[in-house]
Design a protein. Sequence first.
Length: 139
Amino acid sequence: MGRFLGIDYGKKRIGLALSDILGMMAQPFDVIESKGLNNNITNILKIAEENEVSCIVVGIPVNMNSSEGEMANIAREFAEEMKKRTDIKVELIDERLTTVQAERVLVEEANISREKRKNLRDKIAATFILQTYLDIKSN
């Protein structure tokens, strides 16, 4: 088997979450600065290899009316390019509201300051993306 890597793909930052070895629980992993499509893919594939990842889950930010905007297209392009460069399975999942959920957790439950929330928000959102995928997969 292997671990699962969840990705909250953004123009400035990319949030990452990693599953446990059994693929049951997602946990925040890291945030990397976005440095262009090719560099992003190279960096993420290196992380995936180092952590024995067997599946990469990319969140697609779908609008509430189920339409897809610019960021959904950017995330899809990233996922398609990644598929071309690796044998690791790449899956897409609707990430609707994950950033909102992450922000709510950081503000209401953890009481984290605005400055510290930026990086935390991205990896918490990646964790929600990955946990949603893992939950769907287990049912």
